[in-house]
Design a protein around this ligand. Structure first.
Ligand SMILES: NC(=O)c1ccc[n+]([C@@H]2O[C@H](COP(=O)([O-])OP(=O)(O)OC[C@H]3O[C@@H](n4cnc5c(N)ncnc54)[C@H](O)[C@@H]3O)[C@@H](O)[C@H]2O)c1
Length: 270
């Protein structure tokens, strides 16, 4: 997708943070946006903001953990715009807990939003993209944790973001022949509300929970989410597989590669 101008993008988790930044960056480039979020009022507010910037925008309440809701999102988007060109599977949540002390509820919640949410998006949109004949693009929001940043306390989140990377890598190859690009956005710390992600946790995962304020202070040191959005759109237009925002993550990725290389050398000396 060389230019997103006059195209239509669907962004999940677009009422806040990185999703909102992506939605704003699409609008700034003249791309119409479906603002999808479990937070209906927040989605409506962003859709009105984007319309003020001169593009068409539709707010859709959508919980990505519900396959039927994601299917309905695709139907509403096509009904309103007659086309969709880009899907951004961005909605994501996290919390901090030691691996052995994480409750089943928390594991299920994180994986159902971060991994199944992305899969539900692909299941609803890929057949429609294929029927439309391309070009189309899927952006999945991974993380620096997709590339191997082993912070104690971030185990379940890290596992979910490794899954996003692995699934995207395979999906990109599966869809290459259909003119459907796939990218993974891998930011480090971004100034968003993810420190309090439990605020939207659904009843079937134990209901809302709130995190200590100290996490907000940490996140405030992060990158501006609108800047992340601009980088993401440029990466989509270049059809980059990995879209990177923070140069410091290179050291961690290099360390992962070094560990793998050393293991091969130990088992299979050259
Ligand atoms: N903030 C960071 O430092 C950072 C870094 C790397 C990756 N990420 C990833 O970026 C993505 C966006 O997170 P953010 O940091 O902007 O957080 P955020 O909390 O500011 O925004 C997340 C949005 O997703 C929505 N959401 C949550 N659960 C949902 C669900 N089940 N269905 C639909 N919408 C849902 C929330 O209502 C919210 O509007 C996530 O995938 C996150 O893992 C964040």
């Amino acid at each position: 997708m060389h230019d997103v101008k006059d195209r239509v993008a669907v962004v999940t988790g677009a009422a806040s943070g990185i999703g909102r930044g992506i939605a704003r960056a699409f609008a700034a480039k003249g791309c119409h946006v479906v603002v999808a979020d479990v937070d209906a009022a927040g989605a409506e507010e962003i859709a009105r903001e984007l319309e003020g910037r001169g593009v068409r925008s539709l707010a859709v309440q959508c919980d990505v953990t519900e396959p039927a809701a994601v299917e309905a999102l695709a139907e509403r988007a096509w009904a309103a715009f007659g086309r969709v060109d880009v899907l951004c599977n961005n909605a994501g949540v996290g919390l901090t807990n030691l691996v052995a002390e994480t409750s089943a509820n928390d594991v299920q919640w994180i994986f159902t939003v971060n991994v199944f949410g992305m899969l539900h998006g692909c299941a609803a949109f890929v057949p429609r993209f294929r029927a439309a004949g391309g070009p189309a693009h899927i952006l999945n929001t991974g993380s620096e944790h997709s590339l191997g940043v082993p912070f104690p306390g971030m185990g379940i989140y890290t596992a979910s973001k490794h899954a996003v990377l692995g699934l995207s890598d395979v999906l990109r190859r599966e869809l290459a022949g259909f003119d459907i690009g796939v990218s993974v956005l891998c930011p480090a710390v971004v100034r968003t509300e993810i420190w309090d992600a439990g605020r939207t946790r659904g009843a079937r995962f134990g209901g809302p929970v709130h995190s200590p304020e100290v996490f907000r202070q940490f996140m405030e040191s992060g990158m501006d989410p609108d800047e992340v959005g601009r980088i993401a759109i440029a990466g989509i237009e270049r059809n980059d597989f990995l879209i990177l925002t923070h140069p410091e993550v290179r050291a961690v990725a290099d360390e992962r590669a070094r560990i793998v290389g050393e293991a091969f050398d130990r088992y299979f000396p050259r």
